[in-house]
Design a protein around this ligand. Structure first.
Ligand SMILES: *Cc1c(COP(=O)(O)O)cnc(C)c1O
Length: 382
């Protein structure tokens, strides 16, 4: 909730900027952490969702591990207080330098995505006189029922080791002396709101667990990935962590003794962040009225990148409700936050807030059109 008092304070700052409500963040984390711990599960934070150091430090303090997808993220997570022993490194294209860096730092695990990658990690580890902990990221070919650009666990995706290749990968793994096998990893997509998808994932994990155990590769760790969706229509609703974790505690085979961990990004940070912007111009078009903001796809690219719909509110007008097309200033037609958006009558200078921007918002900001990167403000120090 952005109250009148907060609106007044926000109005004093130069727009556009990100505003983070840290109480929302702390509440979300505490619900997630309680629901996971109660079922014996571990949660890692997917750093790529938001790597702002203020946010990262609060998440680290809650006792979460870190899931990183680049060498810089590994370094940054550790600098923000995540224990190196709970930091994992995933990603389909790790460079030699990144692998060396993570080995030197002593991370918990590499989530490896191909036989070739295993070879490379093995030879780098050998050269450094180390044994590299690895988990296999498996592409389980499970539909995530989310939008195509953020589906990652089906046959047509670049991610993970495909099931038909697994047997050969295990043969290879046996020969590589500088690796230590820790377990298996999955991540089937993002913004998943049909929780049945996770039931299907559990079925696949159960089959694999049995098969791997028979093959002498019983996993010490099973990392089931992330992807839990948030409600973009109802940005104040805490994601359904209890229902989500419940599916895993009831659907995973009760004989499994592995550590079960999750990698959550969006569901932990989306709700706490808003993009705050001012109206530059209100421009009548042939078919619609454009509200032109001083924030655009350079501050929040999700609508342009995958047609995301965020809740948009006018914080300062109380006029009669009208319909608008809300756009940014960038020289691209896709720089559009939404069409047919109902707002109280909107004028130049009004303060506009775009909600649920705490995940995949600030981290994706760019300097296209040579714009400045957005600032970040925090409720604790507003
Ligand atoms: C992006 C990513 C996540 C987090 O996804 P969310 O949808 O933000 O929860 C988890 N694991 C891996 C490997 C990822 O790439």
């Amino acid at each position: 909730m952005i109250t009148r008092e907060i609106t007044e304070k926000l109005g004093k700052h130069q727009t556009p900027f990100y505003y983070y409500d840290l109480d929302i963040l702390r509440e979300t984390l505490s619900v997630a952490s309680r629901e996971a711990a109660g079922r014996g599960f571990h949660v890692h934070y997917a750093v790529k969702a938001n790597f702002n150091p203020v946010i990262m430090k609060i998440i680290a303090k809650q006792g979460f591990g870190a899931d990183c997808v680049s060498g810089n993220e590994v370094e940054h997570a550790i600098a923000c207080g995540f224990p190196v022993s709970e930091t994992v490194f995933a990603g389909v294209g790790k460079s030699d330098t990144e692998i060396e860096k993570a080995l030197r730092l002593g991370i918990k695990c590499f989530n490896a995505e191909s036989a070739e990658e295993l070879n490379v990690i093995d030879s780098i580890a050998g050269r450094m006189g180390k044994k590299a902990p690895v988990a296999l990221r498996i592409n389980p070919n499970v539909q995530a029922h989310t939008i195509k650009p953020i589906t990652t666990g089906t046959d047509e995706n670049k991610f993970g080791i495909r099931l038909p290749d697994l047997d050969n990968v295990l043969d290879r793994l046996k020969e590589l002396q500088n690796l230590r096998y820790r377990g298996i990893h999955f991540h089937i997509g993002s913004q998943i709101t049909d929780l049945n998808v996770y039931r299907n994932l559990c079925t696949r994990i159960n089959e694999l667990w049995q098969w791997l155990t028979g093959r002498g590769f019983g996993p010490e760790d099973i990392n089931v990935g992330g992807g839990l969706g948030v409600s973009y229509n109802d940005p104040d609703r805490i994601p359904p962590f209890a229902d989500y974790f419940n599916i895993f505690s009831t659907s995973l085979d009760s004989r499994i003794r592995s550590t079960i961990s999750f990698e959550l990004g969006r569901s932990l940070t989306a709700n706490c962040g808003s993009l705050v912007s001012r109206v530059l111009f209100v421009k009548p078009g042939a078919l619609e009225t454009f509200v032109i903001l001083d924030a655009g796809m350079t501050e929040l690219i999700r609508p342009a990148l995958y047609h995301a719909r965020h809740s948009i509110k006018n914080l300062t007008s109380t006029g009669p409700v009208k319909k608008y097309t809300v756009v940014g200033p960038v020289c691209e037609t896709t720089d559009t936050f939404g069409r047919n958006i109902q707002l109280p009558e909107t004028r130049r200078g009004d303060l506009i807030v775009i909600r649920s921007a705490g995940a995949y918002g600030e981290v994706m900001a760019s300097r296209y059109n040579m714009r400045s990167l957005p600032a970040a403000l925090f409720s604790d120090s507003l």
